[in-house]
Design a protein around this ligand. Sequence first.
Ligand code: NAD
Length: 334
Amino acid sequence: MSRDQYRSSGSSAITRRKLLSTGAMGVATATTVAALGAPAAAQDTATDVIAQSSPEPTGEFTGQCAFITGGARGIGYACAEELARAGANIVLYDIAGNIDAVNYPMATEQDLATAKSNIEALGVKCIAIKGDVRDSTKLKESVARTVREFGRLDILVVNAGVTQVGVLDEFPDEEVQTVIDINLIGAVKTTQAALPIMRRQNAGRIVMISSILGRLGNENFSVYSSTKWGLIGFAKSTALAMAKHNVTCNSVCPGWVRTKLADNDYMLNAVSPENPNFEAVSEAAAASYHPLPMGAYEPVDVARVVKMFCGQTTATVTGEVFDISQGQNARFNA
Ligand SMILES: NC(=O)c1ccc[n+]([C@@H]2O[C@H](COP(=O)([O-])OP(=O)(O)OC[C@H]3O[C@@H](n4cnc5c(N)ncnc54)[C@H](O)[C@@H]3O)[C@@H](O)[C@H]2O)c1
């Protein structure tokens, strides 16, 4: 069947067009009606009626819900804040505690609590969950809780990640395994937990936070880089698997960003032992290999692109890889 035939065939194509054109409230009503078990024809009619009588949303994501892993700080928190400012209710899922085989501190329980209250201060609802992306059971329970409390799950930001840096043959097995387990297998488990509800809704947006090191190799970040290349393959495969369910999946690839993953003693001593200072490393990058003469991005710079991939303007864009890399992608082959 050609793409045009697919688009013009059957009720799923009709529902898809309707969902794309009615936006957040249209999706909400379709989900609610489906959950009530109405027959398919009645669902279409009910969707039209309820969508027309719903109040206009005040923000692009009003009434929607975003589930963000690693949301207690850094890029994940910035994504939460951007989406909340545009009306989305937020679920922050974060380990909020240190990890033995990771050589710098993770977010704390206090960070997670502060993130929750900052998001709530923007006028939306927020659930904060202390959980590990390596724990499938907890992820599934958390998605179930999300659907119980918010009725839906529209946006998934697969963000939680850790790094190690240094000479490959010096990394202990446990560190290698931990980076793979969190960055790659954790992303798979997170996505697996969210897909059933997105499939039932016939709607959803997934954004995976890869890295410039998912586009380039780097001798100091070999295992991290492999997980970020792998994540792009996983995101593209998820895009293919979920396209017929009206779920998009795209990856974004940030360069150097001002977060605790980059600005910590372990990282800075490894990349710049002579001057382990975040500003100095950022300035050196600006002066030497960043085409744009700038140092680090702020987390919000990444979050704005993530928001773009969750919004109406990209409703039919999927399987894409978007670099946010101080212009370094201009050096890629393609
Ligand atoms: N900062 C950068 O320069 C940069 C560049 C490219 C990509 N990234 C990617 O962006 C993402 C976010 O990183 P960041 O820079 O905001 O770092 P960060 O360390 O500030 O934030 C990561 C968050 O994830 C949480 N987390 C870690 N392991 C977890 C687990 N197993 N389960 C649940 N939560 C967990 C941490 O507690 C923390 O809150 C990561 O995937 C990272 O690889 C960062």
